[in-house]
Design a protein around this ligand. Structure first.
Ligand SMILES: C[S@@+](CC[C@H](N)C(=O)[O-])C[C@H]1O[C@@H](n2cnc3c(N)ncnc32)[C@H](O)[C@@H]1O
Length: 267
């Protein structure tokens, strides 16, 4: 499964790689027009806000606006609330599949969340329509599902006594070709940018790529297993990754990671 409702997010493990995960969030934010974020009575929404670390950066970038983080995970929301002192930032539980803003949005921002939702591409025109003319929609999603980091999850799942149990895992929702997002959004936009970046992430430590995915894409697999199968499966997956992402003589494991970005302005 890849449904956030039944996925327990490990906020601490996710934040271990905060620097690598923050960079794309900032690259996305950097393309937003600050002049269009702070309309009176309009909020900046952080959709799938996780532990709220990006919500706090959004609040710095849009100092006049109310910032509202939405997430379906109680654990992430608890972390977000415990780390946020600015009363201008609030957090609420919600499912992005049924997002209905409580304040009119000026900006809808989402970093690394919508790829968890099947059929997310069909939700994006509806999100844009929630915005006033000139309002901005900004979305970043990993598009690394064909890379060994993600393909090896399936391979390891098939190659052990856990095969039947892991057959229940739904693959992560497909992130489409960039042009498909362009086509569905363009008729509603005055400006639209769609681009991809492959980040060459330098990781350190033992099995760093497996550790990286353990807090995100690998979780639905790990959650279905008890010990000792859980460790057995993790080791089988990590062994595949050691071959695909060898550690360099300087101790660095480079983990190339492709991400898709969309910044749209409502016509
Ligand atoms: C990879 S984390 C990203 C967190 C944050 N945006 C960041 O960049 O640090 C993905 C987040 O999306 C949330 N999420 C996934 N599916 C969701 C859904 N259907 N509704 C609301 N939140 C969801 C998860 O709970 C998780 O906190």
């Amino acid at each position: 499964m890849s449904d956030a409702k039944s996925t327990v997010w490990d906020a601490n493990l996710y934040l271990k790689f905060a620097d690598h995960r923050t960079r794309p969030a900032l690259d996305l934010m950097g393309r937003l027009d600050p002049a269009n974020g702070a309309r009176p009575g309009h909020a900046v929404y952080d959709l799938g806000c996780g532990a709220g670390n990006i919500s706090r950066i959004l609040a710095e970038r849009f100092p006049e606006a109310a910032v509202i983080g939405i997430d379906s995970s109680e654990e992430m929301l608890a972390k977000a609330r415990s780390q946020t002192v600015d009363a201008r930032i609030t957090f609420a539980k919600g499912d992005l599949a049924h997002f209905a803003p409580t304040l009119p949005p000026g900006i809808l921002y989402s970093n690394a969340a919508y790829h968890w939702l099947d059929g997310h591409i069909d939700m994006f025109p509806g999100l844009l329509k929630l915005l006033p003319p000139g309002g901005q929609l900004a979305i970043q999603m990993p598009r690394n599902h064909e890379a060994p980091s993600h393909a090896s999850m399936h391979e390891a799942a098939q190659a052990g006594p856990w095969r039947e149990k892991l057959g229940k895992v739904r693959p992560i929702a497909r992130v489409e070709e960039p042009g498909r997002y362009y086509d569905v959004l363009k008729p509603l936009c005055s400006d639209l940018e769609v681009w991809e970046t492959i980040y060459q992430q330098p990781l350190t430590g033992k099995d760093p790529v497996a550790q990286f995915t353990s807090s995100t894409g690998l979780r639905p697999y790990l959650e279905l297993l008890q010990e000792p199968e859980r460790t057995g499966f993790y080791e089988a997956y990590a062994a595949l990754l050691r071959k695909a992402y060898p550690t360099r003589p300087d101790g660095i494991t480079l983990f190339p990671f492709r991400r898709l970005f969309i910044v749209a302005r409502r016509a």
